[in-house]
Design a protein around this ligand. Structure first.
Ligand code: GCU
Length: 681
C-alpha cells in the first residue's frame, strides 16, 4: 500500500485492563444494518480496532432487543435512541450527533440519537483503548460544539494542490475525479475526529473545475459522496461565480438577472438529482482575481443569495468567503489597509444573507500569518451565520518542513472575547451558534493532506489535521490533551514517547514565531512560494503587506492616527489595541510603529528582543531535535528517518531566518547585540 493509516493504525496494547467488557457487541434500536449505513461502518471499525489492538474477535449480535441481552454477561451495547420514546432517553441530554459512552453493570453502552453519533461514540471508545485508558466505570457524554466541522481542500483537477506540501491530490488526476480505496481511508481518518463536511477542490475555481457541477463529473462525484456518506460526511464543491458564463453560455453572471438565477436553479437541480445528499458550495468571489458580484455593482449578499435560493429546496448551503481585499495596492499609500478589508466589505451586509448562507471568515484580518489579531468581523456581525476558517496547511508556518503544532494558535482565537455582548462572547461561542442561536455555523480548515505515504508530508503535521477535527468537535479540549491523544493513537501510549513528542509539539509554534517575523508584523517571506526569509520581499509589492521598517523602528500604525483598523473592534478591545501600553506585546508591530529603543515589559528594548528571540528560536529547534533523538528506538524507523530529514531542513531554515532578520535590523538600526553574539554585518 502506498500510504499508511495515520492515527488509525491500531497498534497492539499489552495488558489492557478491561478486555472482558469488549468481547461481545449487541446492537439495539438500529433499523437497517446494511453496508452503506453509518452504523454498519461504525461496527466494522470497532470490530477491526478491537481486533487490531487487543487481538479479540468481537462477536456481533444484531438482534436488536434490549430485553434479550443477558444482564449478567459482559458486552458492548450500541443503541440508537428511538425518537418515539423520547422520554426514555431525555435524561441523557444528547444533542445532534452527540453520544453517551457509559458503563452500566456488565455492559458498556454507546448511545446516540443519530447514526453519526454512534460512529463518534465508537471512535471515542477506540481512542480510550489506544491510549490505554481504562473504561471501567466510564461515563462520557459529548455533544459536538460546532454543527459544521469542515475541511477545505485546495486541490486542482490536474492533481496539483494550491499550497500543498504533501504530494499531489488524491481526489483528482489528469482532470478526472479519482475514487479508490484511499477515498475510503481518507473518509475514515477524518470521520474519526468528527469532520462532517468536505470541499474537495480549490477555492480558485478555474477551467475543468468549473464543470464539476455538470454531467461530466457528477457520476464520479456521486461515488465519492456515497463513500463519504458512509462516514457521515457531506460532499461540497467550490464553485465558480462566473459559471453561468463560462459553462452556461450566458453573457453575464449578474446575480440579479433572472436568466442567471434560472441557470443556477437548473444546474443545482441536476446536481441534486445525481447526489441527493450533496452539501452545497464554497465560494471565493471578488478576491484575488476571481469573479464576483462587484462586476455588476451588486453586493456580496446579492451574490450569495442567488445561489442560496437555488440550493434551499434541497437543504444545500452556500459557504461564502470574506477574504475580499484590494490586491492592487500601492505601497506608497499609507491609508489603505488590507487588514480593514473584510470588515469594511461585509459589516454593512449584516442581516442581509439568507438563512442557508454562511460567511466563512479567516481567523485573522490578513492571511494565516504566524501571529495575527483575530478578525474583527467576529463580534461585528450579529445577524449573519458565521464560520471560522483556519489553515492546517502550513503555508506561512513552515510548509510541513518545519514542525509547527497549530492547535494552541487556534485555541487562542476561539478563546478571544469579542465583547459582542456585555456578558462576553468568545469566538468559540459565536461560530458554534451559542451566542446568537444560529444553526448553520462552525469551523472550516484548509487541509494539509496529499498523496504522500504519510498523508501530510511531515509525519508530525498529522497532529494538526487530527487536532483540528478534535478541536472543532470540542473547542474546550486543551492543546495538550489533543496532542497526547494523537501521539497515543499514532505511536504509543508509553510515557517517554508521549512526553518527548508532546514537548516538541508544544514548543514548535512559539519557536517558529521566535525565529521568523517579530511581534505580529508577519510576511517577510519570499514572495509567491511563501517559504523562507525575505524581509523586503513584500515591502514594495501590491499585496498590502508592509512592515515599514526604517532606521528608527518598524511596524504599521493601525490606530486612529494611522489606518484606524483598531477601531473595528468592540470596546474594550479597540482601546486595548489603540494604546501602545495595553496592546498585547505579541501584536505590538501589527498595531503600532515602534522605535527600536522602545522598552518592552521585559525591560528589553525592541531591537534586543528581536535579536534574543531569533537566537532562542534556533536553540529551541535544537532542543526539539534532541528530544526526538531520544525516542529513536521507540518509534518506527521510517518515521524517524523522515522526521529527522525535515528537522535538518528546519534547522537550516531557522538559522537562515535568524541571520537574515538579525542582520537586516542591525544594518537598519546600527545597534549592537547586548551579548555580542554573531550578527553578520
Ligand atoms: C492565500 C493563498 C492563496 C489562496 C488564498 C485564499 O492568499 O496564498 O493561495 O488562494 O489565500 O485563501 O483564497
Amino acid at each position: 500500500m502506498c500510504y499508511n493509516k495515520g492515527w488509525l493504525n491500531y497498534h497492539r496494547i499489552e495488558h489492557y485492563p478491561d478486555v472482558d467488557l469488549l468481547s461481545k457487541l449487541y446492537l439495539c434500536g438500529v433499523k437497517d444494518y446494511l453496508p452503506g449505513d453509518i452504523t454498519f461502518t461504525a461496527v466494522k471499525e470497532l470490530v477491526n480496532a478491537i481486533n487490531g489492538m487487543l487481538n479479540i474477535d468481537v462477536e456481533v449480535d444484531i438482534q436488536g432487543q434490549r430485553e434479550l441481552i443477558p444482564s449478567d454477561k459482559y458486552g458492548i451495547i450500541i443503541e440508537r435512541c428511538n425518537p418515539e420514546k423520547e422520554e426514555e432517553f431525555a435524561e441523557y441530554k444528547l444533542v445532534g450527533d452527540g453520544f453517551l459512552l457509559k458503563q452500566c453493570g456488565f455492559h458498556l453502552l454507546i448511545l446516540a440519537r443519530t447514526e453519526s453519533g454512534i460512529m463518534y461514540g465508537v471512535f471515542e471508545l477506540i481512542r480510550r483503548i489506544a491510549s490505554n485508558q481504562s473504561i471501567n466505570q466510564v461515563e462520557i457524554l459529548e455533544n459536538p460544539k460546532n454543527p459544521l466541522r469542515m475541511l477545505n481542500h485546495w486541490d486542482n483537477m490536474d492533481g496539483s494542490i494550491e499550497r500543498g506540501y504533501s504530494g499531489n491530490s488524491f481526489f483528482f488526476e489528469d482532470k478526472e475525479v479519482v475514487v479508490n480505496d484511499r477515498t475510503k481511508d481518507y473518509a475514515r481518518l477524518i470521520a474519526s475526529v468528527g469532520i462532517n463536511g468536505v470541499v474537495i477542490n480549490n477555492v480558485n475555481v478555474r477551467a475543468e473545475a468549473t464543470e464539476l457541477i455538470t454531467d461530466r463529473y457528477l457520476g464520479k462525484l456521486k461515488e465519492m459522496a456515497d463513500i463519504f456518506a458512509n462516514y457521515g460526511i457531506r460532499l461540497f464543491v467550490s464553485a465558480n461565480f462566473a459559471a453561468p458564463m463560462e459553462i452556461g453560455g450566458l453573457s453575464l453572471a449578474d446575480p440579479l438577472d433572472e436568466g442567471v438565477a434560472n441557470w443556477w436553479k437548473d444546474c443545482i437541480r441536476k446536481v441534486y438529482e445525481a447526489i441527493p445528499g450533496f452539501g452545497g458550495f464554497l465560494i471565493k468571489a471578488d478576491s484575488e482575481g476571481r469573479p464576483g458580484p462587484f462586476t455588476y455593482n451588486r453586493t456580496h449578499a446579492d451574490g450569495a443569495n442567488v445561489l442560496a435560493r437555488a440550493l434551499k429546496p434541497y437543504g444545500g448551503l452556500v459557504v461564502w468567503r470574506c477574504f475580499v481585499y484590494n490586491c492592487q495596492q500601492d505601497w506608497r499609500d499609507y491609508k489603505t489597509d488590507r487588514a480593514r478589508a473584510a470588515y469594511d466589505n461585509f459589516i454593512g451586509l449584516d442581516g442581509k444573507f439568507d438563512e442557508n448562507v454562511i460567511l466563512q471568515i479567516k481567523n485573522g484580518p490578513m492571511d494565516f500569518q504566524v501571529r495575527e489579531p483575530v478578525s474583527p468581523l467576529f463580534g461585528g456581525l450579529k445577524n449573519t451565520n458565521q464560520m471560522l476558517e483556519v489553515q492546517i496547511a502550513q503555508e506561512y508556518t513552515g510548509q510541513q518542513r518545519h514542525v509547527c503544532y497549530l492547535i494552541p494558535m487556534w485555541k487562542e482565537v476561539l478563546d478571544f472575547n469579542t465583547y459582542a455582548k456585555p456578558e462576553g462572547a468568545k469566538i468559540a461561542d459565536i461560530v458554534s451558534g451559542r451566542t446568537y442561536g444560529q444553526v448553520n455555523c462552525g469551523m472550516a480548515a484548509v487541509a494539509n493532506t496529499g498523496n504522500d505515504y504519510n498523508w501530510t508530508g511531515h509525519d508530525l503535521a498529522a497532529a494538526n489535521l487530527y487536532g483540528y477535527g478534535r478541536l472543532a468537535w470540542n473547542t474546550d479540549m486543551s492543546s495538550e490533551a489533543i496532542a497526547k491523544e494523537w501521539i497515543c493513537m499514532t505511536y504509543s501510549y508509553k510515557d517517554k514517547v508521549v512526553n518527548n513528542l508532546l514537548q516538541i509539539l508544544l514548543k514548535s509554534w512559539p519557536a517558529y514565531e521566535k525565529y521568523t517575523s517579530p511581534l505580529g508584523i508577519g510576511w517577510m517571506v519570499n514572495p509567491n512560494n511563501h517559504y523562507g526569509p525575505n524581509v523586503d520581499g513584500y515591502e514594495y509589492d501590491r499585496w498590502g503587506t508592509y512592515h515599514r521598517a526604517d532606521r528608527n523602528g518598524l511596524g504599521v500604525d493601525r490606530t486612529k492616527e494611522g489606518t484606524g483598523y483598531a477601531q473595528q473592534y468592540n470596546e474594550p478591545n479597540a482601546s486595548m489595541y489603540e494604546n501602545i501600553e495595553t496592546c498585547p506585546e505579541e501584536l505590538l508591530l501589527f498595531f503600532h510603529y515602534v522605535r527600536y529603543d522602545y522598552k518592552l515589559k521585559s525591560g528589553k528594548t525592541l531591537i534586543q528582543h528581536i535579536y534574543d528571540t531569533h537566537f532562542e528560536g534556533v536553540s529551541d529547534v535544537e532542543d526539539m531535535i534532541r528530544s526526538f533523538e531520544e525516542i529513536k528506538s521507540m518509534i518506527p524507523e521510517d518515521v524517524y528517518q523522515r522526521v529527522m530529514e525535515r528537522f535538518a531542513m528546519q534547522l537550516d531554515s531557522a538559522k537562515e531566518w535568524r541571520d537574515r532578520i538579525n542582520t537586516y535590523f542591525y544594518r537598519k538600526s546600527g545597534v549592537e547585540d547586548a551579548y555580542g553574539r554573531k550578527i553578520y554585518k
